[in-house]
Design a protein around this ligand. Structure first.
Ligand code: CLF
Ligand code: SF4
Length: 297
């Protein structure tokens, strides 16, 4: 539970449905899909799901401008009073679209003060934006970290695009890993709550995620969320991981158990869409398309 945490942290998590297991029964979140571009390639990506950008069936998210996103936030906030958090989590990487992402948060701060802001990123560009994140009072940041060993990373990430240059293989994974861990350190040094999501990929990083858990805990991450790779033919193409199986529920639980003694583990993640609206596990996004919101005026 959250009751044994310091007061300032309890204040930050008590109505955040992902950071507090208790809160997820009562508080809702919404994602606004304002961030189409990405600066890396994950082998498991198909850009429909977030905030670990999973691969599942579904329609492509409705992409919004920051102004449309703010309008949608106001419409949802008045229809769903339990909506406490607005997240930008895709469909690409929010920090590969910094102008759109931060403009959206600025507008939400102005038009709907009191709503918590949440950001999910692969971490490559994070260190460049920590000042802006702090200035806009984005109190919750999720980084998807799947490895700390670049040899393993090379099997997950075919390339990254960093400082105007494309990198591949072990070199790419090494840059990404250094940036991710630096990002965790910079956020926690500022008192910004940092959650780490990891996608569990059997035979690739499943044994390794205990080491990832220790690395992020020692750098001050608040919560670790191990999520299963979702991979089956009916879920469509998984970029670069064709034929890769996902872990069983038992395998995920066993890994969560072996990390639990060291750090808070999130066990109620529902692997949301980049435009999800509502309580975790429910998706009311189709009630709030831009077309319907415009018709509400
Ligand atoms: Fe969204 Fe992610 Fe913020 Fe939550 S989702 S950006 S931290 S407000 Fe939550 Fe959804 Fe799991 Fe993400 S259940 S996929 S952990
Ligand atoms: Fe896809 Fe996200 Fe990976 Fe980018 S960071 S390739 S959007 S899963």
């Amino acid at each position: 539970g959250i009751s044994n945490l310091p007061n300032e942290i309890v204040e930050k998590v008590k109505n955040h449905p992902c950071y507090s297991e208790e809160a997820h029964h009562h508080y809702a979140r919404m994602h606004v899909a304002v961030a189409p571009a990405c600066n890396i390639q994950c082998n498991y990506c198909n850009r429909k799901y977030d905030c670990a950008n999973e691969s599942r069936p579904g329609i492509v998210s409705e992409k919004l401008t920051p102004e449309q996103a703010a309008k949608k936030v106001l419409a949802v906030a008045s229809a769903i009073p339990q909506m406490s958090v607005v997240g930008v989590a895709g469909p690409g990487d929010p920090l590969a679209n910094p102008d759109k992402t931060f403009k959206t948060f600025e507008l939400v701060n102005k038009l709907a003060p009191g709503i918590k802001l949440c950001l999910s990123t692969n971490g490559l560009a994070l260190a460049d934006h920590v000042d802006t994140i702090a200035r806009l009072k984005i109190d919750h940041v999720t980084i998807t970290i799947n490895m700390i060993d670049p040899e393993i990373g090379a099997k997950i990430y075919p390339w990254i695009f960093y400082r105007h240059k494309r990198y591949t293989g072990v070199e790419a994974a090494s840059i990404l890993s250094n940036r991710q861990l630096q990002g965790v350190e910079m956020l926690t040094a500022r008192g910004i709550l940092c959650k780490v999501n990891s996608v569990m990929i059997p035979g690739i990083n499943d044994q390794h995620l205990v080491a990832v858990n220790m690395a992020v805990k020692s750098r001050g991450a608040f919560l670790h969320n191990v999520m299963p790779l979702i991979s089956s033919p009916e879920h469509g193409t998984v970029f670069g991981l064709r034929g890769q199986r996902g872990p069983t529920a038992q395998e995920v639980t066993a890994l969560q158990d072996s990390c639990e003694s060291k750090m808070n583990m999130m066990r109620h993640c529902r692997q949301c869409r980049a435009d999800a609206v509502g309580l975790l596990g429910e998706d009311r996004g189709s009630e709030f398309t831009m077309e319907k919101i415009m018709a509400m005026d």
